[in-house]
Design a binder for this molecule. Sequence first.
Ligand code: C2E
Ligand code: MG
Ligand code: MG
Length: 576
Amino acid sequence: MAPFDDSPPQGDLAGALPSPAAAQARLRQAEVVFDHCSEGILVADGDNRIRSVNPSFTRITGYSAEEVLGCDPSLLKSDRHGPEFFAGMWRAIEQEGRWQGEIWNRRKNGEVYPERLSITRVADDGGQVTEYISIFSDLSHDRAAEEKLRYQASYDSLTGLPNRALFVDRLAQELAHARREKHLVALLSIDLDRFRSVNDTGGHRLGDQLLQQAAGRLVEAVRETDSVSRLGGDEFSIIVTGLRHPRGAEVVADTVLAALSRPFLIDEHESHLSASVGISVYPPDCTTGEELLRNADTAMYRAKAGGRSRCVFFTEQMNNEAVERLALERDLRHALARHELLLHYQPQWDLRNGRITGAEALLRWQHPERGLIPPATFIPVAEESGLIVPVGEWVLHTACEQGRRWLGQVGAPSYLAVNVSSRQFRQDGFVDLVRRILADVGLPAQHLQLEITESMLMDDVEQTVAALAELRAHGVHLSIDDFGTGYSSLSYLKRFPIDVLKIDQSFVRHLAEDDDDAAIASTIIAMAHTLKKTVVAEGVEHLAQVRFLRGRKCDQAQGFYFSRPLTAKAWPIRPR
Ligand code: C2E
Ligand code: MG
Ligand code: MG
């Protein structure tokens, strides 16, 4: 309350007043302020006995006026401050006439609370102290709000674990400590496998509960001195301190993987999780926390790529590869604009009559310094960076244009098969894109075949079936590439509107000499025919393979035995 706070000790409350009427008015005004002000007011006499308190005093402290009149204000004292504190306070009051600060007091119900307090000493003309006026406001609500804010800034609200900000702080502290003590610090970067599909199929509530339970298991799996944080989504990290040997980190990782592999019970349903763990150790892996985290993440991605549900240690080699990938990604960003991408076309042959049926469009990158780069090198980079979306669109457009040019020519393939990557297929509006390109280019849909992989069928089945059905209804043909390498089962295949199965090269390679491969290839052919699908054998390089495939009534073949992928110009095609 400014009028009280700022008034000099000899001010309005105690000063001489000009006339009785004015004095009356002033007094009434002071009473109103006293009764209605939201700050608590306590007036004590020169002997420091309470003479009056206002209603806010009662509201804040819980004491009524009757209970405290005549008492020493020290009845409000908490045990949070020592004698020096009060000695300092009184010194200020005696010397400067005033003290102001924050103090912990105790309410009548025993609760200790913080308040902002100012005490003013009022003296008469002779210098005799007549009053001590205390004005205070309760800070406990502000404090609770501050505390909440501080908590939110450092902790994740879903799991109660430290968040990224607090994690970064702690990591820096642990690194400094490890440097002094010559200990090791390991950082485990943990990412739950396929968590997105849990969220997509089970809903966010299930996802949230799983995250909470997983967080609890992580905390249980480590020592109290190790700290578990949630860095975002399904990403956790653990700082393991005081290690003597890097292998100690592997023990922790194994415990974590085991803890997460036990089934989770949510609403009486069992759910299963697994995780991929990357480990980076200081020293020698890094010098800063940021680097340690980056390295642990790199190792974690390696664990994912290696088949998930495992832990992988970071190595310097990974960094070199990561740098290489980044360089490739940077160059790939410009490749489209600089016309460095091109398509080769590999013919597919009808094994019954030896005629060309169609051709598969295969992407190539003519890099200005590195030469011709095969797709296996840059498609994964394109997928990871999202560049596959514009690149894939370019492939579709270019292949369809070529198909349009070849329409009706002698020796030309009657359809073009185009590979579609998973990310591209999942992109919103993919089906519309295909339709639009066919329409723009003027290629009838039956001359286009899209090759997708088995793993793409496995994610989000409903949506996949719908998209494929739409494409099929439009007239586009669909094939499953590299068949036999995924998890497709017969019953599964029936659900998808697929026209063609392409037997993966790995089964074709040793067809003539390996009984197992021969059995697998034969089974795929028989199965495909039962399902009324066409079978294409990929990677056919020898006559023995051709003979075998013909004997099993395989419909078509593609491979170096017939032709390598060729540029469009190299195709022996002439106008009709
Ligand atoms: P894929 O779709 O299974 O393509 C067949 C691969 O086998 C091609 O490799 C082809 O050159 C190679 N090949 C063909 N006949 C033989 C043979 O007789 N022996 C051997 N050893 N190999 C043979 P390529 O062109 O290097 O492509 C590799 C993979 O890259 C493709 O496998 C496909 O998955 C992907 N890819 C190629 N072009 C594209 C594209 O435009 N988009 C996407 N998303 N992926 C593409
Ligand atoms: Mg293919
Ligand atoms: Mg293939």
